[in-house]
Write a protein that binds this ligand. Sequence first.
Ligand code: AGP
Length: 360
Amino acid sequence: SDIEKGTYPHYMLKEIDEQPAVIRKIVQAYQNESGDLTIDGNIISAMGAADRIYIIAAGTSYHAGLVGKQFIEKMAKIPVEVHVASEFVYNMPLLSENPLFIFISQSGETADSRAVLVEVKELGYKALTITNVPGSTLSREADYTLLLHAGPEIAVASTKAYTAQLAVLSILANVTATSLGLSSTIDLGHELGIVANSMDGLIDAKEEMEAIAREYLSTTRNAFFIGRSLDFYVGLEGSLKLKEISYIQAEGFAGGELKHGTIALIEDGTPIIALATQEAVNLSIRGNVKEVVARGANPCIISMKGLETEEDRFVLPVVHELLAPLVSVIPLQLISYYAALHRDCDVDKPRNLAKSVTVE
Ligand code: AGP
């Protein structure tokens, strides 16, 4: 490939490390001369005119969409549905009167997402594509495009595209909220700066992440990720990352859902990676950890500073609560990376997978 790994053993590690720079690049790319974050007025008008937004994506981009829904609903107060592209085409929900479609796709070439785009354009609706690849199919065929500015992502496991998607979605939500005159806006440029700095610190914590991977994941058959609200969505992404490169059967669950069945799988030593970055659910997620520990699980709690307790394995630096997914995902990416290494897996090119899935 033209893109060099440099001194890195794998593209995935290089791309994980690039994340703070990507966030800074995005802030720069979306700033106007006065330093305010801004988005093309046509896109903001389309957002403001929509009575409901439908986010369509697959895999990691779908997981970014789940977080993006929270950004848009909490900041811009527009209802959002998030759909897996491959389900949407054949099982379309009843649409609102003035829908806006947002396609999230790193490659801009995912066939399942394209099939939905073709369908909604035929129905006469507007579409915005958020992609890393200018000129990609999903970008060309949509009405509007927002770029991720993440640079080429080579590793099959998506890392920097996910955090870039979250950053761009937060900007879209916040700028829309500002244009609607809502008070739910935040000083996003400043907050994303804090995120980038916090990412720097996490990327320097590689030894700790390798130790966690060794301790929890070097021989296990399965692993569970739990969290509530935003942490749940990050857990879904963490579990996808882990399963695709380490082949450990990993599943993400809402903290409260495990006890409705899956807790039957907990055995002595089953690793449970729990995220605790959200104040409103801090006590309840810790309650869920106690439930699984009582069945023998081996808990690895990753919390955010200010919410931590003595039992936590790793404490993340404080960022704005809504933006916590941008930092909490980094330990999960690194833990997955080291778990795959310890298990002698091909990190950059896992079996059975292609970088972009261009068949339906
Ligand atoms: C991510 O680690 C995966 N390899 C995969 O889920 C990916 O996110 C999915 O195929 C969607 O790709 P896209 O963002 O290029 O549309």
